[in-house]
Write a protein that binds this ligand. Structure first.
Ligand code: BTN
Length: 328
C-alpha cells in the first residue's frame, strides 16, 4: 500500500480534525479550496487508510475514527521538534529499523531521520538477541544521530534515551516508569522498553549512531512469547487500557530532542540527577554479566560518563557495558 496521503486528503483530514461536528461540503469547498469531486476522492482515500467518515446529504461530513497507525503525517502534525522526526521512513513491515537505519546513515541522510515500522521480522535486541516486534502493538523505531562527540561518550546516549522514554511514559499514562542501567525501561520491575545503540566510528570521532528503540504498548499477556512472558510487560497490561502509540512517540521525540541537545552541549551534567532519580539499580545488590564473565556487587553510582560504579569484593570498579540482574 502507498504509505502517503495526497496533499488533497491531508488538507481535508486537517479540517476534519478541527471539530467533531459535521461540516457542510459547501463550507469545506470554500475553506480548503477543493472541488466537490476532489473532496469525494479524498474521502475515499482517507477511508482506504482506515479513517472513518460519516457522510449525510443534509449535514455533510465528520471524522468518526482515526486508525492507530504510525503514519508520518500523524507523527509530524503538531510535533514540537526542531530536527528529530523531520524526515520519516515509514513501513508496514521490515526486517529491522536499525539495519535499515545503518544503511541509510551511510548515505547523506540528515541527523534526526526517523525509521519506523508497524512490524519487524528480524528485530534485534542487545547481545545478539532477537527483539519481538509484532504488528501494530508497539513502537519499533530508529533515529539516525550524528553527534560530534568521542566514541567513548556514546554509551551514555542509552541513558539519555531511557530518561526520555521514562519521562514520556510518565507524562502520557501516569505510570511509574524507571530506568535500568544501561538500556532498559521498566514498569513494576518488568521490561517495557529497550534501547539498542549501534555506531560507526573512528578512534576519535563518531560517523553516526543508530539509536534503536522498542516499546511494548498494546500487547496483552498472551501476546508475549513464552520466553519473555514473565519478564516483559506493556503499557496496556499496566494501565488496563489501550494507549495511542503515536502520542507516546511524539512525546518521546520531543523529550529526547531536549535531552540529546543538553547531552551534546554539557554531557550528563544536567541530566545525571534525573537519570539517578529514576534508576532501579542504585543501592541494589546486582549481578553483572559481560559475555561469559559475571561479577556480583553493589551498584553505587552512575558516573559523569554514564558508566556504573560498582563495589565488588571490597573494590570499586567502573563498568561501561553489560547486563544487570537485580539480586533480591
Ligand atoms: C534490548 O533491550 O535488547 C534492545 C532492544 C531494541 C529493539 C529495537 S526495536 C527497533 C530497533 N530495531 C531493531 O532491530 N532493534 C531496535
Amino acid at each position: 500500500m502507498n504509505q502517503n496521503l495526497t496533499d488533497l486528503s491531508l488538507d481535508l483530514l486537517k479540517s476534519l480534525k478541527k471539530t467533531s461536528d459535521f461540516q457542510k461540503i459547501e463550507e469545506l469547498i470554500e475553506k480548503i479550496h477543493l472541488s466537490k469531486s476532489q473532496i469525494q476522492k479524498a474521502i475515499k482515500e482517507l477511508k482506504s487508510f482506515g479513517y472513518q467518515i460519516d457522510q449525510t446529504k443534509e449535514k455533510g461530513i465528520r471524522l468518526t475514527f482515526i486508525p492507530d497507525r504510525l503514519f508520518p503525517f500523524e507523527i509530524t502534525g503538531n510535533l514540537k521538534t526542531k530536527f528529530l522526526g523531520k524526515k520519516i521512513y515509514y513501513y508496514g513491515k521490515i526486517g529491522s529499523t536499525n539495519e535499515l537505519g545503518y544503511r541509510l546513515a551511510q548515505t547523506k541522510v540528515e541527523e534526526g531521520t526517523l525509521i519506523i515500522t508497524e512490524e519487524q521480522t528480524k528485530g534485534k535486541g542487545r547481545m545478539g538477541r532477537s527483539w519481538y516486534s509484532p504488528p501494530y502493538l508497539g513502537i519499533w523505531m530508529s533515529l539516525i544521530l550524528r553527534p560530534d562527540i568521542s566514541p567513548s561518550k556514546a554509551p551514555a546516549l542509552s541513558l539519555c534515551a531511557g530518561l526520555a522514554l521514562a519521562l514520556s511514559i510518565k507524562k502520557l499514562t501516569g505510570l511509574d516508569a524507571k530506568i535500568k542501567w544501561p538500556n532498559d525501561c521498566l514498569i513494576n520491575k518488568k521490561k517495557v522498553g529497550g534501547i539498542l545503540l549501534e555506531l560507526q566510528a573512528e578512534l576519535d570521532r563518531i560517523n553516526f549512531v543508530i539509536l534503536g528503540l522498542g516499546v511494548n504498548i498494546n500487547q496483552t499477556q498472551k501476546d508475549f512469547p513464552k520466553k519473555i512472558k514473565k519478564t516483559a510487560t506493556s503499557l496496556k497490561i499496566e494501565l488496563k487500557k489501550n494507549v495511542k502509540r503515536v502520542l507516546l512517540l511524539k512525546l518521546f521525540l520531543e523529550n529526547f530532542e531536549k535531552i540529546y541537545s543538553s547531552f551534546k552541549e554539557d554531557g550528563l551534567t544536567f541530566l545525571k540527577k534525573r537519570i539517578k532519580d529514576l534508576s532501579v539499580v542504585l543501592g541494589e545488590n546486582i549481578e553483572l554479566s559481560f559475555g561469559r564473565k559475571k561479577i556480583k556487587g553493589k551498584a553505587l553510582d552512575i558516573d559523569d560518563d554514564g558508566s556504573l560504579l560498582v563495589e565488588s569484593k571490597g573494590k570499586k570498579i567502573k563498568v561501561f557495558a553489560g547486563e544487570v540482574t537485580l539480586l533480591r
